[in-house]
Design a protein around this ligand. Structure first.
Ligand SMILES: [Zn+2]
Length: 357
């Protein structure tokens, strides 16, 4: 396939994945999309009790490599609907409340998508002191346009309904992509593309794919998906594929920026959940160098990934993380560079195809 066609397929899939609503614990539509993309090339493909999608591509050996990405995005759960139809909500995952006032919101309570906004009171009716104070999430509300609680309920919005902050997918200048949920639909995309890339290739090892749920609320899905795969196969290495923090923006010192957009796939040294395996990290670097795949080392920072759970599952497995750097992650408007996404696809593909030592 021509390189340009390969790149545009990856970008198109990023758009499709980004536009799906799949907050933690409500990821069925993401799973359904991925199933459709890979069902014809997997030897086995199933959804486990916790909603994780697990796919197996057999190799010559029963020894396996585990590739993981998480299907959820951060969002909201409705906690109260008042008599006028305004909705209070709580967080599913880590929002910075400063990014939320005035944002568009989507929900899909009974199949069809509905839109709303997080109400932001205008300066005309707020005092100067109020405007300089951060607003906690508990004081915010979503306005879907309902005129009564009854109407909200009839449209499917009840306590327990979920939603998220929304901005449409857009292609910006210089190959930059903007959208919601790039954390971690980027990783989902990398795993799909890797599966496609290796489908007709000779594989010395079995490749196990886990698209795991509920990472954003504590890497919960990966606990059972990694365990299941490690029960069935002797997993010798694992990679989590993620979207990670890029800075390189005004006001952030270079030493505070874990990764940079446009500099290639990011290879993790350490975060709050794991010190990356030296063996896996060195293998990634060696392969990136030999295949001339753009890469960068992600400097230690906060946050964690599914690899934090995977590397200490059962008897343990040497694990690493390959990420697509993104600016403004955990907001509805993340920006990534499409070539970093492509580099991550190429690096993960080469990682599983290169001979294991
Ligand atoms: Zn993530």
């Amino acid at each position: 396939m021509e390189r340009e066609e390969y790149i545009s397929k990856i970008v198109e899939r990023q758009k499709q994945l980004s536009e799906i609503l799949g907050v933690s614990g409500h990821e069925e539509k993401v799973v359904e999309f991925i199933q459709n993309e890979v069902k014809d090339i997997m030897n086995e493909l199933w959804v486990d009790v916790n909603g994780n999608l697990i796919g197996i591509m057999k190799g010559e050996s029963e020894d396996g490599v585990l590739l993981d990405a998480h299907t959820d995005e951060i969002g909201f759960m409705i906690t109260h609907v008042d008599e006028k139809g305004f909705c209070r909500f709580t967080s599913l995952g880590g929002w910075d409340p400063r990014t939320l006032l005035g944002q568009s919101v989507i929900a899909e309570p009974i199949g069809k998508r509905i839109h709303g906004v997080i109400g932001a009171l205008p300066p005309h009716i707020t005092k100067v002191e109020e405007r300089t104070k951060p607003v906690p999430i508990e004081q915010m509300f979503i306005d879907f346009g309902f005129i009564s609680k009854k109407e909200a309920n009839e449209e499917g919005i009840i306590v327990g309904s979920v939603a998220t902050a929304y901005s449409g997918f857009q292609e910006l200048v210089n190959g930059k992509l903007k959208g919601k949920a790039f954390d971690d639909r980027s990783g989902c995309n990398v795993l799909i593309q890797t599966a496609i890339n290796i489908a007709n290739k000779k594989r010395s090892h079995t490749v196990c794919f886990t698209w795991s749920t509920q990472e954003e609320v504590g890497a919960r899905g990966a606990r059972t998906s990694a365990f299941t795969v490690m029960e069935k196969f002797n997993i010798i290495m694992a990679l989590a594929c993620e979207n990670t923090t890029a800075a390189g923006v005004p006001g952030v010192a270079p030493y505070m920026s874990p990764s940079l957009m446009g500099k290639g796939a990011a290879i993790t040294l350490m975060d709050n959940s794991m010190i990356a395996s030296k063996k896996v990290r060195e293998r990634l670097i060696k392969i990136a160098e030999s295949e001339k795949i753009p890469y960068q080392i992600k400097t230690p920072s906060g946050g964690g990934t599914d690899a934090g759970v995977i590397h200490i599952t059962k008897h343990g497995v040497p694990s690493g993380v390959v990420s697509v750097p993104g600016r403004y992650i955990h907001s509805p408007c993340t920006i990534i560079d499409r070539m970093d996404l492509v580099a991550a696809c190429d690096l993960v593909t080469a990682f599983v195809l290169h001979p294991m030592d």
